[in-house]
Design a protein around this ligand. Structure first.
Ligand code: C2E
Ligand code: MG
Ligand code: MG
Length: 741
């Protein structure tokens, strides 16, 4: 019975045990069955190559992932990885949403002190110390070691392994490296695989691995110690056990042999910083040099341009522009120095170029400059204003300086060609303007040059060379001339010009034999102007031809009208010396006129002054010959009043000589005058030319002229110049000079 009772008890116990075992056995699949979908394994991703996110796919990869997948696969578990959101493994343990966590070295308590359960070791992971440069470390137990905060679990295991070690946690790997460099810790501790990655960073090249201080730690998965947790771990352990060492090593080799570290900008800067800096410096230097070069070239070009603008390329002295600037500069710098400006001009330079060649002309200009520069001081200046015109700003040095300049500069220049055996003496006209105190207050170099130029022109107009001083009256005259000249076109259009006639008479018969056409100008603003004033002004301005054409045309109109009225007459017209110019065709012009108005050439007597001969004898001779061939009468006006009358008389063939009687009235012995006139008349007659005397003012002159055989006369004694209406009235009535005159 007892045996039966015992065996019944034993049977009951056995049955209970079997039920309990069955229940326990059934609890694992039940826990796993409760797990829907894959097991989530949460890992940190800050420790490449163990756990990290692939830069391209964002997928969580690494040695830990591959080993875990291999183990899970063997265990028939589907797994997926996610990033741990908590700062430490201890905190993460309390988060029940995670099925598994990694990595664990050993089981640790959660932050809320709950126990954990860990898997078998997946792999033995080496841990290494890293120091700044090479160092001999003392035993691990005595060290102060730095670690990133995320390795909290590892730190706890290390503390258990090496109780004497002091571990300081830092926010990040970078923070711990900074602490190491600052000497806050002796070394840094981390997984060797992680070091193999981290130390690829160029800026960590000063960190050294301490192989001697290496130790290994387990690498496990873990979770809270719950039935479900334990079940998963149990299942996983089966897979881990199935992992071969070869597989484990292959996974490690796969990751540690890859160059996983990717260079960022900072790394490149660190690695190639020096080279980059050098390249940058080179580049900057090149830019600086190039800019400098451009600046220099620009400055050189500007200087060249300035030199070109400010200097005369032929002689090297200032150009007008340069002279203006330099003179202003000097006058500003030396307001107390008395200065003068001279304007110098070679007379007939054109002919020097034509006859001796341009090169000879250039030589002369350079010689002049060389001679001048020998005498000029630093505070004086010389400029070439135009072709052969030079201006000089010179200190006033009295007559002595003028004489010295005459000897040292002007005399050698004048004799330049003579000294070379080429003969001609160079004529130079100079105008001098002495600056007034006002000129220093209001510096106007152009104005001063105008004054000096005016004085030069005065010298030139005398047909001599030499120098003359500026006279303020000249300036007023110049202004009036500009005023008068600019009004010419309007004056012609509005009929301000009139042609007056001064009758010419035969004193023997009292008959009016002709007339001289004289121009009169009733200026709208200035009133009646004398020809003696406006004719030279227009000649100077190059406008006299315009006026003469107008006068000739009016004369021809009058002649045509008189012809039609049966009052056929011949009229003398004045031809300015300026009308006879190269390229002009005076004979052709007169031909056209007589054709237009139906006149005969003998009705026009063309008066030419001897100044025309002085200026261009060849052209004058050619013009007179042609005019006479065409049938026009040519008269030599103002004979006896000039300087080369006899010469002209010899060279130029004219029909009539107009004796100028004005010099009879001038001071001197009247008897001598009469003798001269007598001989002039004889001479003209001997040369086969007829004569007319002009400027006859009284009966004595008329009788004297008659007595010496010159009966043709013109003068106030007979008639003053009169309007066309008066003259027409005179010839219409066939008036004669009263015999008692
Ligand atoms: P000219 O050709 O010798 O003309 C004669 C000048 O002597 C005229 O002066 C006339 O009025 C003046 N005259 C005539 N008889 C006497 C007299 O008895 N005593 C004095 N003291 N003078 C007398 P006008 O008209 O003032 O002309 C001056 C000069 O102007 C002329 O001298 C001539 O060279 C020039 N001229 C006048 N009209 C023209 C013109 O239309 N064209 C050009 N190119 N020149 C002109
Ligand atoms: Mg005349
Ligand atoms: Mg005359």
């Amino acid at each position: 019975m007892i045996g039966m009772r015992l065996s019944r008890r034993a049977l009951t116990f056995l049955l209970c045990m079997i039920v309990a075992l069955c229940c326990a056995a059934a609890a694992v699949p039940a826990a796993l069955a409760a797990q829907e979908g894959p097991v989530t394994i949460s890992v940190p991703v800050d420790r490449c190559p163990i756990f990290y996110q692939d830069a391209d796919t964002g997928e969580i990869v690494g040695i830990g992932v591959d080993l875990m997948r291999a183990a899970a696969e063997s265990a028939g578990l589907a797994v997926e990885f996610q990033v741990i959101g908590e700062e430490t493994l201890k905190d993460a343990l309390d988060n029940e949403r995670y099925d598994l966590l990694m990595p664990f070295g050993s089981a640790i308590a959660s932050a809320s002190s709950r126990a954990s359960v860990v898997s078998d070791n997946l792999i033995q992971t080496p841990f290494t110390l890293v120091t700044l440069g090479k160092r001999n470390l003392s035993a691990l137990n005595d060290l102060r070691v730095g670690m990133p905060h995320s390795l909290g679990g590892v730190a706890e295991t290390v503390r258990q392994l090496y109780p004497g070690i002091e571990i300081v946690m830092y926010e990040s790997m970078a923070g711990s490296v900074r602490a190491l460099r600052a000497g806050a810790v002796d070394a840094l501790l981390h997984n060797s695989y992680v070091w193999s990655y981290v130390l690829q960073k160029p800026s960590y090249s000063d960190l050294r691995v301490q192989p001697s201080a290496m130790f290994s730690m387990d690498f496990r998965a873990g979770t809270l110690d719950t039935p479900a947790g334990r079940a998963i771990i149990e299942r996983l352990n089966g897979g881990i056990a199935a992992l071969s060492d070869t597989r484990r090593q292959a996974v490690v080799l796969d990751y540690t042999s890859r160059r996983l570290y990717r260079y960022g900008l900072v790394d490149y800067l660190y690695q190639y910083g020096l080279i980059l800096l050098l390249v940058l410096m080179l580049f900057v230097s090149l830019i600086v040099i190039t800019l400098q070069k451009i600046r220099t070239v620009r400055m050189e070009q500007a200087e060249k341009m300035r030199r070109l603008i400010d200097h005369d390329p032929l002689t090297g002295v200032y150009s007008l522009n340069g002279f203006r600037k330099r003179a202003e500069e000097l006058l500003r710098a030396h307001p107390d120095v008395p200065y003068l400006i001279s304007y110098n001009n070679i007379k007939d330079f054109k002919y020097i170029n034509d006859t001796l060649g341009r090169a000879a002309g250039d030589d002369l200009l350079r010689f002049w400059v060389d001679k001048s520069m020998e005498t000029l001081t630093e505070d004086e200046a010389m400029g070439r204003i135009e072709s052969d015109h030079f201006a000089v700003l010179r200190r006033v040095g009295g007559e002595a300086l003028l004489i010295r300049d005459g000897e040292d500069v002007f005399a050698p220049v004048r004799n330049f060609f003579i000294d070379q055996g080429k003969g001609n003496r160079v004529q130079i006209c100079s105008g001098i303007y002495v600056l007034t105190p006002k000129d220093y207050q209001q510096i106007d170099v152009d104005h001063m040059l105008d004054f000096a130029r005016l004085a030069e022109r005065k010298v030139r107009d005398t047909y001599k060379d030499g120098y003359g001083f500026y006279n303020p009256d000249q300036w007023e005259k110049g202004k009036r001339a500009a005023d008068v000249v600019s009004h010419l076109p309007v004056a012609i259009d509005t009929g301000e010009f009139q042609v007056w006639y001064q009758p010419q008479v035969n004193y023997d018969t009292g008959e009016i034999t002709g007339a001289e056409a004289l121009c009169r100008w009733n200026h709208a603003r200035l009133g009646w102007l004398r020809p003696a004033e406006f004719i030279p002004m227009l000649e100077e301005a190059g406008l006299i031809f315009e006026l003469d054409c107008y006068v000739w045309d009016r004369v021809c109109q009058d002649l045509q009208r008189w012809n039609r009225m049966g009052l056929r007459r011949s009229v003398s017209v004045n031809l300015s010396r300026c009308d006879i110019r190269e390229g002009g065709d005076i004979p052709g012009h007169f031909c056209d006129l007589i054709q237009t108005y139906g006149l005969t050439p003998d009705q026009l007597r063309i008066e030419i002054t001897e100044t025309a001969y002085v200026e261009n004898p060849a052209l004058l001779i050619q013009t007179t010959v042609r005019l006479r061939e065409l049938g026009f009468q040519v008269e030599m006006d103002d004979f006896g009043s000039g300087y080369s009358s006899l010469h002209m008389l010899k060279e130029v063939q004219v029909d009539r000589i107009k004796l100028d009687l004005y010099f009879l009235t001038e001071t001197g012995d009247p008897e001598k005058g009469r003798v001269i006139i007598n001989y002039m008349i004889q001479m003209g007659r001997s040369l086969g030319m007829s004569l007319i005397a002009e400027g006859v003012e009284n009966v004595a002159q008329a009788r004297f002229l008659q007595s010496v055989g010159c009966s043709e006369m013109q003068g106030f004694y007979f008639y003053k110049p009169m309007t066309v209406q008066d003259f027409e009235h005179l010839i219409e009535n066939d008036d004669r000079v009263p015999p008692e005159l």
